[in-house]
Ligand binder design. Structure first.
Ligand SMILES: [Zn+2]
Length: 264
């Protein structure tokens, strides 16, 4: 079995601030990367114990969230911005059997989601897919679904866990933080977070082998609506082919397949 692990920085135990922790100029950015990398390594240990043979870690945090030198020796890292084209990236991901998310936060606008945002905390008000509010969790789960992979495990704050459980009943989750507000949470200790992630990731693989989860697929065609905080971001968005304006701050794109819209 081969597993791909998507990572983000804002749902890691100990990370509570965009300005102090997760922006690339943040005072504790390097420290936050080390915390994420240790959580990822805990997940790698867990899946290896469950018999997984190959692990690809994806660095999903915009300016980079993985401390490369400290990454588990059994893992490989897919990283770099701008992302490789979908035509290059998608066949690689499609070669894996299941997906996980580590360090994940809830969608933009959730008051008790610690560091809740969707893609850009500075520009995005919300995303809606076929009329439903979605965040990065649904984006990645549906992307994986489009490539035939089920999402089987997530760690992050409790709001992120509830969000994925609503999308994928039966998924294994580990909450390493209780979100209190945008910039406040109760975090488990780093040691306890890693212990729970390791155990949870192992359990997720074992359960998936026994009772397989199915890839997340929503019925098409697909309409993705993006609302920005400012009109100039909508101006930029409509310069892309196939993107139409709904109102000053809102744009829409449509597609026959989920991969046509979900990461555009
Ligand atoms: Zn994120």
């Amino acid at each position: 079995m081969k597993v791909v692990i998507m990572t983000d920085l804002e749902g890691v135990a100990g990370v509570v601030s965009f300005e102090a922790d997760s922006y690339s100029n943040a005072k504790y950015y390097e420290a936050a990367k080390k915390l994420l990398t240790a959580e990822v390594n805990a997940a790698v240990n867990g899946v290896l114990a469950a018999g997984v043979e190959e692990v690809l870690v994806i660095d999903g945090h915009g300016p980079g969230g993985i401390c490369f030198e400290e990454l588990h020796q059994a893992a490989r890292l897919l990283h770099g911005r701008p992302l490789a084209p979908a035509s290059v990236r998608d066949p690689i991901i499609a070669g894996y059997d299941a997906a996980m998310m580590i360090g994940q936060h809830a969608m933009a606008g959730l008051a008790t989601g610690n560091l809740a945002h969707t893609q850009s905390s500075l520009t995005i008000d919300y995303y809606k897919l076929n009329g439903e509010f979605i965040g990065e969790i649904a984006q990645f789960a549906l992307y994986c679904g489009g490539l035939g992979l089920p999402l089987i495990f997530l760690s992050g704050d409790d709001a992120a866990c509830r969000e994925v459980e609503a999308l994928i009943p039966g998924i294994t989750t580990v909450a390493v933080q209780q979100g209190l507000s945008r910039n406040s949470a109760i975090s488990l200790s780093a040691v306890e977070s890693r212990r729970r992630i390791c155990a949870g990731a192992q359990r997720a693989v074992e359960q998936h082998i026994e009772h397989p989860l199915t890839p997340l697929v929503w019925k098409g065609p697909y309409v993705l609506e993006k609302r920005f905080f400012h009109t100039d971001d909508a101006d930029r968005a409509i310069s892309q082919p196939g993107v139409e304006r709904v109102d000053g701050q809102t744009v829409r794109l449509t597609g026959e397949t989920i991969l046509d819209v979900i990461f555009r």
